[in-house]
Design a protein around this ligand. Structure first.
Ligand SMILES: [Zn+2]
Length: 206
């Protein structure tokens, strides 16, 4: 049985005002390229496709990432109705928040106590990412979270070559270095099992 997922990528109003639709498409492509390289298997299972919606901008006003994510989720769910073909939604912004966080996502529960909405659920989960100067690849990082990838799943592939789920306070899955510098737009081998397991365990939703 083939299992795949589709994400909608939306701009904020501010992104739409300052940037171009091709930049939004490029950012969406970077997410799906990382996924295709590192998560999808050789038979095409576990693929992630992205669809951009330049015509569906999102309003946020908060200057911290967590509140902005909640605003974005409410805005999306109140203003746009997406068909169930979308399993997750990422809103892309282009200005940093005051707290210097470059994105925020709902993370699937592991203990059954959380009510976080994760990929494949309805309504679709909404994550938000912005443009960071120091920490690149925020878009792919937040997408990974919605499919259960965690900070502790990252690796250090070389000097300042941390895979995409890295976070400043987290150790790598191999314990080889936790001094965070920057991210590559790549998932580590430690991300493959949790993400594929998440998609398998929720295959009725995809
Ligand atoms: Zn994170």
């Amino acid at each position: 049985m083939s299992i795949s997922t589709v994400a909608a990528i939306l701009p904020t109003h501010q992104f739409k005002q300052n940037e171009s639709s091709s930049l939004l498409n490029n950012r969406a492509d970077a997410i799906s390229n990382a996924w295709e390289t590192d998560i999808e298997d050789s038979s095409g299972d576990y693929s992630l496709r992205t669809h951009t919606h330049w015509d569906k901008p999102v309003s946020i006003s908060s200057d911290d990432a967590g509140t902005a994510r909640q605003e974005a989720a409410e805005y999306v769910h109140n203003n746009y109705s997406f068909s169930s073909k979308y399993d997750s939604i990422l809103v892309i912004h282009d200005e940093k928040w005051n707290d210097n966080v470059t994105g925020m996502a709902p993370i699937p529960p592991t203990d059954g106590d959380s009510d976080e909405i994760a990929a494949g659920n309805n309504p679709q989960p909404v994550a938000i990412a912005t443009t960071g100067t120091l920490i690149a690849a925020a878009d792919t990082h937040e997408m990974g979270h919605m499919y259960s990838a965690r900070h502790s799943d990252h690796e250090n592939w070389g000097v300042a070559e941390f895979t995409v789920m890295g976070n400043p306070s987290s150790t790598t899955c191999n314990g080889n270095d936790h001094t965070f510098r920057t991210r590559k737009n790549r998932f580590s081998d430690c991300d493959i099992t949790p993400i594929r397991d998440y998609m398998d365990n929720h295959s009725d939703l995809f």
